[in-house]
Design a binder for this molecule. Sequence first.
Ligand SMILES: [Zn+2]
Ligand SMILES: [Zn+2]
Length: 180
Amino acid sequence: MEIEFLGTGGAITIPRPLCNCNVCQEARNKGVPFSRMGPSIFIHGPNLLIDTPEDIYHQINRSTIDDVKGVIYSHWHPDHVMGRRIIESLSADWINYPPRNKKIEVYIPEQVNIDFNTFLGSNEHLSFFESQGFANINQLKDGEYLFLNKTKIFPFRLAEDYVYAFLIENENKKALVATD
Ligand SMILES: [Zn+2]
Ligand SMILES: [Zn+2]
């Protein structure tokens, strides 16, 4: 099992724009690992992104990722969803007519789906992608798991019960991904 940490910087990435504190200056001068982008993780094999912060374009460009099949969301917070347009950028075919868009599978756990209808227009935006042929939206009921390319991905609620963590199992390895 190969897991790539795309961003570990939390809700405010480092360096914070216009901030001249020591931490941000060091991050600006030295770069990685002192500079840290928003929360996102990639599971190689199923080629699944967990969350899409606003830095996701740059995170994928600097990563070893060569294909993205799907995206799953842990919760509705802005630092986890505001890079949603990556779904369109990865899938839209601007060369052929009619376009042969590559559909990205989007997986939304039960409470995240409810919250996506309430906050930030996330479901409205994802429905737009689906209507344009950029995405397939898959709603997951609590207790359901995904089985993608020999890897089991089981979302479950944390104590803060609108947030999901993921138990990832592949052959004889297990990993727990809890992004908040
Ligand atoms: Zn700072
Ligand atoms: Zn959060």
